[in-house]
Every structure is written in C-alpha cells, then in structure tokens.
Write a protein that binds this ligand. Structure first.
Ligand code: BES
Ligand code: ZN
Length: 625
C-alpha cells in the first residue's frame, strides 16, 4: 500500500475538472448525473457503486467489525479510479473483479471527513472488494457492556451512520446523493440477534449467522446494524417491535398505534415503499430520539412514557420513509428537505390519528423551540437559513432546529396560502415523481413554482420563498398557530403564580403536552417555595416521562432547586440522548461557571455516552482528551 500525497489527489481532481470544462461547446454532453458531493471524497460521475455485498464478523471481545465490502460498480468511460470514504478504518486488501490488486491508495486524513480510498479500475471493471476492520475510532459504533443494557446479561452494539459516520464502520461512497442496494451476511455471538436496515429475522438463529437484503436503493447514511439480546413482537400486519425481553411488553403497549400511523401516512402521500415498518428500542445511551433506518427505526427508550404520549417520534421516523428515505436530500446543505418535510408530515400523521388539537400542540411546542434556536443563533445568522453552506464544516454543526421547525413553518405557511387540498396533491406528486431519487433545494423550488404556486409575479412574491429559504430569521408571513388547550394551561399557571395554591387550579386530564407547556411557561422568577409546592403536588422530580423531566430539571438547575439534584444526576448518567444532555449541562455550567458540578457528573456519565454526544459535550465542557 502506498499513501497518496494530498497534492497528487488535488492535482488529479483539478485535471479532471479542467478536462470537463474544456469540452467544445458544440459536443453533445450529457449532464452529470450526480451533483458533486460536499462531505464525501467520492466522485460518482467518474465511478459509482450500485450494490453492496457486505460480509462481516462482529467481535465483542476486541470491539471490532471485520470482513469485506464488495461493491458492484459502474465506471464512466475513460475513468480509471473509484474513490471510497473511510475514516479510522484498517484497510487490509483490495480486489478488482475477484483479483487482488496493489493499486490502491489512502489519501491524507482530513478532520471529520476521514481518508479517501482510491482504487485503480478500468472502464470494464465491474466489482471492487475491500477487506477491512474497524478500529477504536469507529464513531458510528457504540459497544455496550451488559451493565449498560436493560437485561444486564448480554452486550449490545448499535450503529449511528447519519450524517457521515457510515464510513467509520464500512468503506462506502458516503454521500446522501449516492444510492445502492445491499445484501449482508453478519456473524455474531450465538446468543445474540442481529438486525439491519433491511429484511430482518424475528427469532434468534443459534448459528449466529444472519442474512439480510435491502432491495430498494438507499444512501449510506441509512446503513444500520444492531446486535443484542432481542425479541420481536408484532403490533400489526406490517409493523412490529424489537426490544430486549424485559422491555418488550412495555414497548409494544407504547407503540400499539403504529399500524394506524402507517395507514394514515399512506393515505396522505402514497404507498409505503419499504414493505415492513418495525421499531427497535435501543438502550438509553442511544444519542438521538430516533433514527429512520429503513424498515427498522432505531428509537430511544426515553419515549416509553407508559401512556403513549411521546409517540410523535414514531410518526416522525415513519414519515422519513417518504421524506428522506424515498426522496433524499442531495447534500447536507439541503438537510431541511429531509427534516422540515418530515416534521410537517409527522404532524399530519398525528392530526389524522389523534386530531387537530393534538397536532397543534406539537406545532406550538415546535414554535417555542424555533424561537429559542433563533435567539441562540443570533450571532451566527447564517445558520438560521434553511439552505445551509456547510462546505468545510462538519455537517453535524448544521443540524439544528432550524431545518426542523423553520422548515415545518415554511411548509405549513405554504399549505395555508394555497389550501390543503392543493398542497397535498403537490406533495403526493413530489413523493411519487422523485421516489428513490435525490432532491436539492433549487430543484425543489423550481418544482414548487411549476406545480403549486400562482406564478403571477405579484402573487409569487407574496409567498416570500426566497426569504424563507435563503435568508436568516423568519419572514413576516409565517402562520400563527393557536391552541385553546394551551390557553387554558396559561390561565391555570397564572392562577397558581398569584395564589401559590395548587388546589386553586384545574389540571384534571392534562396530557403530557399540556404539562410541557405549563413547565416551559413557568416564569424565570418562580420561587423555591413555589417549585417545591408544584413538585409535591405533581411529582415532577420523580416523573417517568423523560420530556417532562428534562424541562423540569433544567428549571431546577436554573433556580437552584436542590431537591432535584440526585434525580438530575441519575438522569444524566442513565440517558445519552443529546437533545436532553446539551441543555442540562449548559444549565449546570450557567449555574456554576467553574463547571465543577457539570464535570463531576460528566466524568461519571461519559462512559455511557455515544461519540455523537461526547463530541458535543467534550466541547461544551472544554474537556481536553
Ligand atoms: N434523522 C434524524 C436524526 C439525525 C439527524 C441523526 C441528523 C444524525 C444527524 C431523526 O429523524 C430525528 O430527527 N430525530 C429526532 C426526532 C424528533 C424530531 C421527533 C431526535 O432524535 O430527536
Ligand atoms: Zn428526522
């Protein structure tokens, strides 16, 4: 193996772009099929993958995945190389069309991007096979000890590939604009079950060997694997739940409405393209609420509230089966196309299943998140645009509530302007026409103009499209969402704040979302006595509802309400979901800028966190490693 110098790589790419530009204008040139990836070294217009055959061993002793990734490839005439992304991978050998070759090179490492693997091929090459192993730098992977699982007896492994971590567990062309089908053979310890974003087993196979197929082409960020002591239970004819045995019953109770959600989604925007929709409930260190791995959503156990009140998350990940997995953002600059559409679709599913009041409460809570994020980003207004410019930045930096909630309010505003019927017809066409394709912001806006909006100049300007997408902050035409349920909550909160008397207020039959609104609206000058009174009456500190806990704990830290301290520490040690951790650690730092308490807890908690969370928190807590 030779290490290719960076200069040579740059030289090659300059050469190839020059030769493209110098083609005579008269020559009929086919437009490039792929836009140039931003966060991938691959050059799909030169050579691209079509299908992957993955054969790997999962070894819990050495905490390594090793094996081979064999790709069917397509090489453009005249090109002589194919480039893959790798990061912290050990590349052992490479074959082209079944014959081992020495003509492959690793480029220099770049921060967060990793290392390009370039393989020499010819016009007629059909297959490249890469033998590799992961290392301790595999940031996608979290290897959990038995102690970190519900059952405490078996280890557990899960991956998190989005946005650009797939390359840390397999060599791949790691751009959302490149899709391929896959099959996989996965060898695991005989007492554990393996699951992927593919066809899945429902029972343990005591041979420890599992075969998977994903026949619909997907981008690499949707590659996923989970290995553990898992069982399956069906909740509908196309839906089911995987979880560790001790939480399976709780999980199936919580997700009983999944089939209804799936049917509601299909009624809105067309048939579900992935055959089955199952959810796996992971251990609490999973760094996200959910991840839309096709056929198998990965979910945090922190949504198991016991009363089905946090299942909008399932609707969200299910909605990605259309927005994201079927029509995929072309680059991470277009992330809002994935997430804004998904939040819109999620709330439409929730409205269809649970009614308008429910969906509007979700929208208002989302609005509050958006206001908060706009305030937080007031010194970096570029990050409040829908279309991002993440060139040279880690895509993880751009993934804020802006894509989700500004994206949602843009679409909801459009819906109100054109009427739901026309808007739904447009979205159905969008998903149908672009199924299994990628979409960028510019093409979406062209389609929007062509297929939906009144293009008389005056009317078009009224939509403020350019401002929504390319400018910071919020346009003045944003819809205003109201909720009489929340108005009632505010009335009761005022009554309490002026009377200090819980018997004077009516909270009967309040749902989780009403409580969340109540807690978020508690004024910053609430006294410790008032907090204590509320806590005694409503048991916030010991709540089993993670969303309620997270808001209450943040308030407790801000106000110095010490009675919650032990519960806060336990929560931070048990839960690895970044959305909860960042605000809580930030509050701890604000309350004690020496960071003594924050770092004391972090030291205990960090071994339980996935790299996605530790990367953010190491920075927040200024931890030097
Ligand atoms: N695809 C995202 C998670 C993600 C985003 C992972 C960017 C890596 C990079 C997922 O669909 C998501 O949005 N999860 C949310 C759920 C919520 C909005 C209902 C989460 O994890 O909190
Ligand atoms: Zn999402």
């Amino acid at each position: 193996m030779r290490v290719l110098s960076f200069c040579f790589l740059v030289f090659l790419s300059v050469l190839s772009s020059c030769s493209e530009e110098k083609k005579p204008a008269t020559e009929a040139t086919e437009p490039p099929k792929f836009s140039t990836p931003i966060h991938s070294f691959s050059r799909p217009n030169q050579a691209v993958v079509d299908h992957l055959n993955l054969d790997i061993h999962v070894d819990f002793e050495s905490k390594k995945i090793s094996g081979s990734a064999t790709y069917d490839i397509r090489v453009t005439t005249g090109e002589n190389r194919i480039i893959f992304d790798t990061r912290n991978l050990e590349i052992k050998s490479v074959s082209v069309d079944g014959v081992e070759t020495k003509n492959w090179w690793l480029g220099p490492e770049q921060p967060f991007m990793g290392v390009p693997l370039e393989v020499e091929v010819t016009d007629s090459s059909k297959q490249v096979s890469i033998s590799y192993a992961t290392t301790s730098g595999a940031e996608a992977l979290q290897w959990l000890s038995p102690q970190q699982t519900a059952g405490k007896e078996h280890p557990f492994l899960f991956t998190q590939s989005q946005a650009i971590l797939a390359r840390t567990w397999l060599p791949c062309q790691d751009s959302p604009g490149i899709r391929y089908t896959y099959e996989a053979t996965v060898h695991v310890p005989k007492d554990l079950m393996a699951l992927m974003s593919a066809t899945n087993p429902t029972q343990l196979d005591t041979s420890g060997v599992y075969h998977f197929r994903m026949d619909q082409p997907i981008p690499s960020y949707l590659m996923a694997l989970s290995v553990g002591n898992l069982e399956f239970e069906s909740v509908g004819d196309r839906t089911g739940v995987y979880a560790e045995p001790s939480i399976l019953a709780t999980a199936t109770y919580e997700f009983a409405d999944m089939q209804k959600m799936l049917e509601a989604a299909e009624k809105l925007y067309g048939p579900y393209a992935w055959e089955r929709y199952d959810v796996i409930v992971l251990p609490p260190s999973f760094p996200f609420g959910g991840m839309e791995n096709p056929r198998l959503t990965f979910a945090t156990p922190t949504i198991l509230a016991g009363d089905r009140s946090l299942t909008a998350l399932v609707a969200h990940e299910l909605a990605h089966s259309w927005s994201g997995n079927l029509v995929t953002n072309s680059t991470w600059n277009d992330f809002w196309l994935n997430e804004g559409f998904t939040v819109y679709f999620e709330r439409r599913i929730m409205e269809a299943v649970y009614g308008e009041d429910y969906a509007n409460m979700l929208a208002i809570l989302g609005w509050q998140d958006l206001e908060h994020t706009l305030e937080e980003f007031k010194d970096t207004p570029n990050d409040t645009k829908l279309k991002l410019d993440l060139m040279g930045r880690d895509p993880d930096d751009g993934m804020s509530d802006i894509a989700y909630e500004k994206g949602y309010f843009f679409l909801r505003t459009l819906e109100e302007q054109v009427g739901r019927e026309k808007f739904d017809a447009f979205l159905l066409k969008h998903f149908t026409d672009n199924a299994f394709k990628t979409m960028d912001t510019e093409r979406f806006l062209e389609n929007l103009k062509r297929d939906l909006l009144d293009d008389s100049e005056e009317k078009y300007a009224g939509y403020k499209i350019h401002q929504w997408v390319y400018e910071p902050g919020l346009p003045s035409n944003v819809v205003n969402v109201g909720s009489s349920l929340f108005a009632q909550v505010e009335g009761q909160l005022d009554a309490f704040m002026s009377s200090n008397d819980v018997t004077a207020i009516d909270t009967a039959n309040w749902t989780t979302h009403q409580w969340l609104h109540f807690l978020r609206k508690i004024p910053a000058d609430v006294t410790l006595e008032q907090m204590s009174t509320l806590d005694k009456a409503y048991l916030f500190t010991s709540t089993g509802n993670s969303e309620i806990a997270a808001v209450w704990y943040e308030l407790a830290i801000d106000r110095g309400y010490k009675a919650a301290d032990p519960a806060i520490e336990q929560f931070l040690i048990r839960v690895g979901r970044r959305k909860f951790l960042t605000p809580l650690y930030s509050a701890l730092i604000k309350a004690d800028p020496t960071m003594e308490r924050a770092r004391m807890i972090y030291e205990k908690a960090r071994p339980n966190y996935h790299s996605v969370s530790t990367n953010t928190l190491d920075e927040l807590l200024q931890i030097e490693l």
